[in-house]
Design a protein around this ligand. Sequence first.
Ligand code: XMP
Length: 305
Amino acid sequence: MVDVDSFIPEAIAEIETAVGDGRAIIALSGGVDSSVAATVAHRAIGDRLIPVYVDTGLMRAGETESIRETFSFMEQLEIVDARDRFLAALAGVTDPEEKRQVIGETFIRVFEEQARRVDATYLVQGTIYPDRIESEGGIKSHHNVGGLPEVIDFDGIVEPVRDLYKDEVREVARALSLESVIAERMPFPGPGLAVRMIGEVTEEKLSVARASCAIVEEELEEYEPWQALAAVIGKATGVKGDNRVHGWVVAVRSVDSRDGMTARAQDIDWETLQRIQSRITGENPSVARVVYDVTHKPPATIEYE
Ligand code: XMP
């Protein structure tokens, strides 16, 4: 386990040395990894850190407001509304790997524009140990690893939490007094809600996935899942009022894990599952069915794409 008392000053010193008098940029995602990396970097270089949050439209409910509030102490915080740009780039894209690529590339373009605009020559990233392993192993392309430095010519890249596991990052977050909404937050994938739907990303599916994820996170809080989510996995017949409808099928997933590399589906009681079902179908008229995913990782992954 990480020794936070020595980790934090060492990380601060590393960033001070690496960046010197320069300016650094970091992409905030709202997750604990980039939040910790940004907070440590802010302690090291203060206003010479420019945190950028790109609103991709693929984020959780209330994410942008929550970022604005949590990081209001960072004067340089930039919030970029790129929702239309992402949706346009993703139109008609159905292949899972291509979706990731399109999101990664669009993100790089938007971020690159910001880096040039604010004249930042260093990049701080919240990459953690399992991200590196999964990307190096070619399991799937993580959009937060690798892409940015290859395209944008930075003088240096600093990854203060690169050797930590998720639970260690959380420990550092608590030591930094990052609000518990961040420190205890479930992981959320870089490509966001796009990997919580099968096939094309559309505004309608996004709104179902976003609303359903919020319900699932809320209703399963007492189970303290490592990650809980909902995904739009297809269409099926249902009955709403007096009509047969062809509505969305939403899968609910809740897992325990240490590092995301393996995971166990949680045993959730029937009453809770029924409450989730009734809220998701009740609050989303276009949803016809809710199913619970009982598959561990392996053989499944945690996300759907
Ligand atoms: P899977 O679905 O591969 O996910 O079992 C393992 C963990 O990684 C998260 N995840 C991602 N995180 N960029 C990220 O930053 C990504 O492209 C990505 N894909 C999956 C996932 O939410 C889970 O915590």
